[in-house]
Write a protein of this length. Structure first.
Length: 262
């Protein structure tokens, strides 16, 4: 599902069929990552609709990737696997395309801001998952493995902290999502706090970001009301100091972080 097509994926599915074995495919395609070199037919489609050629190329790359997704879904249908295959689409980080260069805009990729962490999750499982759009329920990437295991009838190890996304009651009870952002180049994989730049929590309408001195110089904590300010433009730490203290306690209880946390 990249610039070379999806043959390795379809070959794997065919081999599993020959052996009469269930299959699991985790595929991380390069599209729509740079270099942004889409087919001319797609670039021309978006050139007049976008604010710049950089954005046009990115949009074209996204459609190019979307076409390969369609090829895979069509292949599953043709092989009679539609009803018995869970297709889960996720993306690892946000990318807001800069209109003035080939790079991403600030506060998107590699950022703990919403432009970098609020990404789509889509599921196809006919007869089991109803078609629905939900932009309110808090979910996290740590929920994906437990959801897949439960759906396949496999016990979920106690060490997994996520929840089964089909469990509506568990989703309703959840009141916070925690996460962390790291330096691009990890210093020591056995000591993740050395590369940690930011810890954050999203709970209800509130989001608190705690930046670590040395990793993000001069950055104080940031507090946002996502209901009123989804773009995180107005820092409310000075206006709501008690909320900052409350959410900081929650973050520290989740993961204390490095000693130089603010």
């Amino acid at each position: 599902m990249s610039r070379q097509g999806i043959k390795p994926v379809t070959d794997f599915i065919a081999e599993a069929g020959k052996r009469k074995k269930p299959f699991f495919i985790w595929h991380a395609p390069f599209l729509p990552h740079t270099p942004h070199n889409p087919p001319a037919r797609l670039f021309e489609k978006y050139r007049a609709k976008s604010p710049s050629r950089f954005v046009a190329r990115y949009w074209a790359m996204c459609e190019w990737f979307d076409e390969t997704c369609g090829e895979l879904l069509a292949h599953l249908d043709q092989e009679g696997l539609r009803e018995n295959t869970i297709v889960l689409y996720v993306t690892d980080n946000g990318w807001i395309q800069s209109a003035n260069s080939g790079r991403y805009a600030p506060r998107s990729k590699r950022s703990p801001n919403e432009g970098g962490i609020r990404t789509p999750v889509m599921v196809r499982w006919p007869g089991q998952i109803a078609q629905k759009f939900d932009e309110q329920t808090l979910v996290s990437s740590i929920d994906l493995a437990p959801t897949i295991l439960k759906a396949c009838g496999v016990p979920v190890p106690p060490s997994m902290k996520g929840i089964d996304l089909r469990d509506r009651e568990a989703l309703i009870k959840r009141n916070a999502i925690f996460g962390a952002a790291y330096a691009h180049d990890v210093f020591d994989v056995t000591r993740p706090t050395l590369s940690m730049q930011t810890r954050y929590v999203v709970t209800g309408e509130w989001k608190l970001l705690l930046h670590h001195s040395g990793q993000v110089p001069g950055k104080a904590p940031e507090l946002y009301n996502l209901s009123n300010d989804p773009a995180e433009e107005t820092d409310l730490t000075a206006k709501h100091p008690n909320k900052v203290k409350e959410l900081r306690r929650q973050v520290d209880a989740w993961w204390p972080g490095p000693k130089n946390a603010p």
